[in-house]
Design a protein around this ligand. Sequence first.
Ligand code: UD1
Ligand code: UDP
Length: 385
Amino acid sequence: MTDRVAPPSDEVLVLHVLGARPNFVKAAPVVRGLAELGVPQGIVHTGQHYDALMSDVFFADLGLPEPIANLGVGSGSHAVQTAALLTGLEEVVLAHRPDLVVVYGDVNSTLAAILVCAKLHIPTAHVEAGLRSFDRQMPEEVNRVVTDALADLLFATSPDALSHLAAEGIDPAKVHLVGNPMIDSLFSALPRLDPEPVRLRLDLPERYAVGTLHRPANVDDPASARELVDAVLEVSRRIHVVVPLHPRGRDRLAAAGLVSGPNLSIIDPLGYVDFLSLVRGAKLVVTDSGGVQEETTMLAVPCLTLRPNTERPITITHGTNRLVTPALLPAAADKALADGATTPSGELPPLWDGASGPRVAKVIAAWLKGDNLSPASQAVPKRMG
Ligand code: UD1
Ligand code: UDP
């Protein structure tokens, strides 16, 4: 990928702004849906995530087209990173003047894109609108609230999001319940998700658990990191744990004792297909990821989330997810390993059926022609396929 802004083009009606690992997974089905409708579009990669295993591998695994620009903003404090995002995105948006900019999820690239477009009077759409943890200590919660306040079209993944947006005074006519595009990507990848080759390559026993850890509240503070690591080590006395580790916490978690041993494999981040293959074959997942709570729900793998709250409560009511503290993790792991995957409602989240990308694309294509499809007609509940 290049580090330069591409020359101006009249070809792009829809510009997708992507920067971090979860953005790629959410965008792929929307990009595909718009391509099927013949809508001219392009991707701007902000470069928030840049390692090959945090970025390139997702473009390959998800079949995403090459970005028309890569801003190469890289890492930094929130202010440093967001400032670089704002400057870089303003330039690229002015160069292309798209009819619509689409942003995804809750990362800093999302926030910066919505701010830039609001100031330039460029219309925007937010995919994954309305999720709320109600915890403003999370950088993502700040990003969600600001993004939803400024977006012109809002695509919600679960019904609870509709009430959160209404409570914040957002016009329901702008909101469309479409289901979860991240689950479309999972459906598309399903035929390629074979745990065995990945398990053998990583030299794991037949029974294993997968861990992912990267939330600032868990990994940035040495005391929290130590508490977390002690709990994960306790789980590894019950079942082999493999942790494809996000670069954010690598050093602090290692200093707190998270190092490979007979029952613990600390490895580099995995590509999308390898990671989900591993999750598919796991007896248990321990995580603080947002997306992994959703994927385990669909793959029927027990998920213990090391957080005091979740913006995705539907993965608890309709899925396999439970919130746990580090102190309660070992006992919760015992129970999950004994009981297997259980869900309170027995029903999957509505519209998580692999057809969310085309739903988003249909609304966007109509909107580009000046027609705001009725949100009500989009929100007809449908059983999972
Ligand atoms: C970001 C998102 C978070 C999301 C996560 C997904 C924000 C505020 N946070 O967190 O919501 O859950 O992505 O993974 O946008 N690093 C590398 N290589 C990379 C990328 C990052 O080494 O390719 C390291 C750098 O040390 C960097 C740190 O990870 O400082 C954090 O990266 P950053 O993008 O700022 O935030 P994430 O923790 O990845
Ligand atoms: N993921 C991956 N490899 C890994 C860890 C995660 O492919 O080693 C995928 C995961 O399946 C999900 C996405 O990355 O689709 C979620 O990213 P992350 O947990 O970093 O972000 P969050 O969802 O917490 O914002």
